[in-house]
Design a protein around this ligand. Structure first.
Ligand SMILES: [Zn+2]
Length: 178
C-alpha cells in the first residue's frame, strides 16, 4: 500500500516515545525531521476494537517536539480564531482549503478500503468522508492547528498549515555529535 510504509521496531519505539502514548491504531512514519526522527505519523483511518471496525479520521499526528511547541504558542496567541475568521472571509483560502480537505477525505476512504479489504460500511464512511483532518464535522472550522500543519507536511495541501509553516519555520534539530 502506497501510504503505509513498514517501519522498524526501533523507529516504532521512537515514534511512540514522541507521541507520548501507545496508539490505538497501526501507523507508519509519513515525514521525518532533518535529523531523521519521526515528524508526522500516519495512522490507519480504521482499526479493530473489540472485534469491530472503528473509524479514525484524525489519522495524521504531528510528533516533532519543536514544531508542536511552536504551534502551541500560536494557539495560545489566538491563531485558531484568526484562521477561522480568515477562512470565513477569504474566498481563495476557503477554496484551496476545501480542495485539500476533499483530497484528505479521498486518501482516508481509499486507505480504509484497502485495510478492510471489504466494502466500507456506511457508518464508517460517513465519518471518514464528512470530518476534517482535526476530526470536526464543521468542514470550514479550524479547531486544531497541529492537525493542519501535519496535513501540510504530509500531503502539501493545507493552506492554513502552509501559513503556519511560514510563521514558525521548519524545525532545525541539533545534529547529535558523538
Ligand atoms: Zn522536527
Amino acid at each position: 500500500m502506497a501510504e503505509r510504509i513498514q517501519i522498524t521496531e526501533q523507529e516504532r519505539a521512537r515514534a511512540i516515545e514522541l507521541l507520548g502514548r501507545e496508539p490505538r491504531t497501526p501507523f507508519s512514519i509519513k515525514t521525518r525531521c532533518c535529523d531523521g526522527s519521526p515528524q508526522v505519523l500516519l495512522a490507519d483511518p480504521v482499526f479493530v476494537e473489540d472485534g469491530r471496525w472503528k473509524p479514525f479520521p484524525t489519522f495524521l499526528w504531528l510528533v516533532c517536539p519543536e514544531l508542536k511547541l511552536k504551534v502551541a504558542h500560536l494557539e495560545e496567541k489566538g491563531l485558531i480564531r484568526q484562521f477561522s475568521e480568515k477562512l470565513a472571509s477569504d474566498e481563495n483560502l476557503r477554496e484551496s482549503f476545501t480542495k485539500g480537505c476533499s483530497e484528505i477525505i479521498q486518501i482516508r476512504v481509499r486507505m480504509a478500503e484497502e485495510i478492510m479489504a471489504e466494502e466500507v460500511p456506511e457508518s464508517i464512511l460517513t465519518i471518514l468522508s464528512e470530518t476534517t483532518i482535526a476530526g470536526s464535522f464543521d468542514i470550514k472550522g479550524v479547531k486544531c492547528l497541529h492537525a493542519h500543519l501535519a496535513q501540510e507536511l504530509a500531503f502539501g495541501n493545507n493552506p492554513i498549515g502552509h501559513e503556519i509553516l511560514a510563521m514558525i519555520g521548519i524545525c532545525r534539530h541539533e545534529r547529535k555529535t558523538q
